[in-house]
Design a protein around this ligand. Structure first.
Ligand SMILES: *Cc1c(COP(=O)(O)O)cnc(C)c1O
Length: 401
């Protein structure tokens, strides 16, 4: 089916604004007896009317792994939202990263990956891709157009992630894409932080855009999903890789993601404001050396963020002044409104300690003191700040000890 038209060939003559796309895209109520949301279709076997139809697979849906009305609803909506040629849905964000890489790499290829990349991406490159004969070079995420000097004759793809989800280093995606395309390489991007609402990856030169739907698309920390959207150049290979692997997402997770989709923009706009309010408050604290948040004017990545992005999500980090790790841990352990856990994008706030130094290989990560990543949820900002204030009071006694 043509993912751009939703199959019925109807298409609005005017391009719709993202807020409207989020509400309308991928819904066909009268194909569902008038019900507003596409229900959960569960199924492996699809029945055909006769042997001729079966042998030709002459049916709208052919088998559970290939797609159902539920999965198609989200594929169509995401394709429209991202301006892609097509989208595949897979069981997790990491599966989206792996299937995107598998769709464009073969034995003997060379891959460029930013040193700030989501750590499980690095693990996939070092384990599976290495075993399948693909060599990875990690690069300084801030290289921009200078990435050109790292290209080898067999460099087939450049992976990007902006900003990195621990250190928030901002990449110059258009410059990297121009350098890659000049050498006919494919550009991939993990766009989970901004989502398509705050960064139009394909419009900025990305061929394969990845989103961990587990995060802001879910908005509720209760599902796992990955989405890969591809432009015309990469769509056929992506879909063929999906068909060959059948890494298909579960119908209930897709259904929940569709619910998340309709309210994603409202949540993100709210979380952007709350995140910035907390980040600005933290930046004024005497215990804080630096806030790593590209939407803050003081951030080294701010100019690129302002040029290319239309918003910021609510995930950022702080670098504390030199102090014992135990003081930072006491701070986090005191917080009552911030959960301690991986992942993010839900309605609830989170705070975790992290240290990238042990696994960076292209560049050194040398923070001034302990580092903490925050995710700001939908709670009241005043309540969150009061909680952080209590944490800092405990940090002071732990530092003095
Ligand atoms: C969480 C995350 C992923 C992976 O998503 P999962 O669904 O947890 O596998 C990928 N990239 C980034 C930047 C993430 O934060």
């Amino acid at each position: 089916m043509d993912q751009k038209t939703g199959g019925d060939g109807k298409r609005d003559p005017e391009p719709l604004e993202p807020a409207t796309v989020l509400v309308t895209a991928g819904r066909d109520p009268f194909a569902q007896h008038g019900f507003v949301n596409t229900p959960i279709y569960r199924g492996s076997t699809v029945l055909y009317r006769n042997t001729q139809d079966f042998l030709k697979r002459a049916a709208r849906y052919t088998y559970g792994t290939k797609g159902t009305p539920t999965t198609e609803s989200l594929e169509i909506a995401w394709t429209e939202l991202t301006g892609a040629a097509g989208t595949v849905l897979v069981p997790s964000g990491l599966a989206a990263i792996s299937i995107a890489l598998m769709s464009c790499l073969r034995a003997g290829d060379h891959l460029l990956v930013p040193d700030s990349v989501y750590r499980p991406t690095r693990n996939f490159c070092e384990s599976i891709l290495k075993r399948f004969g693909v060599e990875t070079t990690y690069y300084d995420p801030l290289l921009g157009a200078d990435i050109a000097r790292l290209f080898k004759p067999n460099t087939r793809a450049v992976f990007t992630e902006a900003p990195g989800s621990l250190t928030f280093e901002m990449q110059d995606i258009p410059a990297i894409a121009a350098a890659a395309h000049a050498r006919d390489a494919i550009v991939l991007m993990d766009n989970t932080w901004a989502t398509p609402l705050f960064f139009s990856a394909h419009a900025h030169g990305v061929d394969l855009a990845i989103d961990a739907g587990t995060k802001y698309l879910s908005g509720s920390s209760d599902l796992l999903l990955g989405l890969v959207s591809a432009n015309e150049r990469c769509w056929r290979e992506l879909r063929a890789t999906f068909d060959a692997t059948a890494f298909c997402a579960g119908p209930e997770d897709v259904f929940l993601a569709l619910r998340g989709l309709r309210s994603m923009r409202v949540r993100l706009l709210h979380q952007q404001e709350s995140g910035l309010a907390v980040a600005r408050w933290l930046a004024e604290r005497p215990e804080v050396a630096r806030v790593l948040h590209p939407a803050l004017e003081s951030d080294p990545g701010h100019a690129i963020w302002k040029r290319d992005f239309t918003g910021a999500s609510s995930l950022f980090s702080v670098m504390l002044k030199p102090m014992p790790d135990a003081a930072a841990h006491a701070f986090i352990n005191t917080l009552t409104l911030f959960g301690i856990g991986a992942s993010w994008g839900g309605f609830e706030s989170l705070a975790i300690p992290f240290d990238c130094a042990p696994f960076r290989t292209a560049t050194a990560w040398k923070p001034s003191g302990p580092t903490i990543r925050f995710h700001i949820g939908l709670e009241d900002v005043g309540d969150l700040i009061a909680d952080l204030e209590r944490g800092f009071a405990v940090m002071a006694t732990a530092t003095a000890r």
